[in-house]
Design a protein around this ligand. Structure first.
Ligand SMILES: *Cc1c(COP(=O)(O)O)cnc(C)c1O
Ligand SMILES: [Zn+2]
Length: 420
């Protein structure tokens, strides 16, 4: 094993299998296939055991052998191991025997699952000698890059669509990152970033660092299995932007099986999108292997990627595991946010509303059978997308600071609605 590589062996093209050194690169020179990190699983098996894991801190880095850094992580060492919440009240509302919420709304430090991918990408970027990091983002990635770069003393440039939610913009600016709003959709932001990445010597977490970055998503799947007592859930529902998280949850389950940490029980991975940007779900429902790009128009801005980089592979994972996809309208997204909040006390952003809304549909349609068990991946915090639900969640009643007025209010509300 090479000293500089930790448990990694190489980058390998997903299409032709050609191998590349472990540098900041993401596409195969021959067929433009995406590069993926290859590991030495025999070596990993020796140290990544259930017994060893019991002695490790409760962060995503407890699975460090399966994360692509050569040495010890230096950025985001506290990230991950978010709660897996048994959601009995929501289960009853949706008509399912057993339901769990993987709650990444409280991930550290920037309140979304993106802290997982960013801590890996920035730790690796430092190992490769970068001092400036950057990203093309639908919002949460920008927040996480800005926060983690600040804590690590790295310079950060984040590129976002100019029309993002206020909460997401402020959440990037406050850390002192250079925030560039692009007048266009995410797909145009992404295209520009590919050009910039080629010209400047920066570590773009989801462009030239993408092979490392994407691996960070696996930690969500490792945690789910461990928190379920080293078993795989029969159903996992994942919201999709580029589709990367969905594919990496599948990879995480497969790696745990390969290492003998869980039994190879059948599982299905289902994908969730917003109707206003559902290229992957539309293809899945039509039984196609390829998606058709779309122009996004949805309140779920964090998922608004019309040309999803991993859409093809996400479709493949759903096909292989027997999973399906579906999509929900903006109203159903708000309903999903409220349902989760009212039943479980968890305030998710629009992406969480997508996951809950789609899970509801899949259960109603029998795609997730009522006597089964499911995990919903809830990936971002509702405080960042207040604009999406403001005006749809009821209203405060204002009174003067007087007991009489308060009791008058209670009395008025106790009266039947017909009393005018
Ligand atoms: C980025 C993101 C996702 C999923 O992203 P993929 O590109 O599909 O990996 C899901 N939820 C939230 C809140 C996100 O910010
Ligand atoms: Zn190739």
């Amino acid at each position: 094993m090479h000293k500089q590589a930790g448990f990694m062996k190489a980058l390998r093209c997903r299409e032709c299998g050609r191998e590349y050194p472990l540098t900041a690169s993401h596409v195969c020179e021959f067929d433009f296939g995406p590069l993926e990190v290859v590991y030495d699983y025999d070596q990993i098996k020796r140290t990544l055991t259930r017994a060893n894991l019991q002695t490790r801190p409760q962060t995503m880095w407890r699975y460090r052998e399966l994360l692509p850094v050569a040495g010890e992580p230096t950025v985001g060492r506290q990230v991950g191991f978010t709660p897996l919440v048994r959601a009995d009240r929501l289960a009853r509302r949706l008509g399912l025997r057993e339901l769990w919420i993987k709650n990444d709304t409280v991930n550290y430090p920037s309140l979304s699952f993106k802290d997982r991918v960013v801590s890996v990408a920035l730790s690796r970027a430092r190992e490769l000698g970068f001092d400036t990091v950057a990203c093309a983002s639908t919002g949460n990635l920008a927040n996480s890059v800005a926060a983690n770069a600040a804590a690590a003393g790295l310079k950060a440039y984040v590129f976002i669509p100019a029309d993002l939610e206020q909460g997401k913009v402020v959440n990037s600016l406050v850390y002192g990152a250079e925030v560039i709003g692009i007048k266009g959709h995410y797909d145009e932001v992404n295209r520009l970033c590919a050009e910039i990445a080629g010209k400047y010597g920066w570590a773009f977490v989801n462009v030239n660092m993408r092979p490392y970055y994407a691996e960070g998503s696996k930690s969500m799947g490792f945690e789910i299995a461990e928190q379920l007592g080293w078993t795989l859930p029969a159903h996992t529902v994942v919201c999709m932007a580029s589709g990367s998280l969905l594919t990496k949850i599948h990879k995480s389950y497969q790696e745990l099986v390969k290492l003998g940490l869980v039994q190879a029980t059948p599982y299905r991975i289902h994908g969730a999108q917003a109707t206003g940007c559902a290229p992957i779900a539309t293809a899945q429902k039509a039984g196609l292997d390829f998606f058709k790009p779309v122009k996004p128009n949805t309140i779920a801005k964090s998922l608004a990627i019309g040309t999803p980089a991993d859409g093809f592979y996400a479709l493949k994972v759903m096909k292989e595991t027997g999973g399906v996809a579906d999509d929900v309208t903006d109203d159903e997204i708000r309903e999903g946010i409220k349902l989760l909040a009212e039943c479980e006390g968890i305030f998710a952003e629009t992406a969480g509303g997508v996951t809950v809304g789609v899970a509801k549909k899949l259960i109603a349609a029998g795609r997730i059978p009522a006597d089964d068990s499911a995990v919903l991946c809830v990936t971002g915090n509702g405080l960042k997308t207040l604009d999406a639900v403001a005006g749809h969640v009821g209203q405060t009643r204002e009174i003067r600071p007087s007991l009489r007025e308060f009791e008058g209010l209670l009395e008025a509300e106790a009266k039947p609605a017909t009393h005018a």
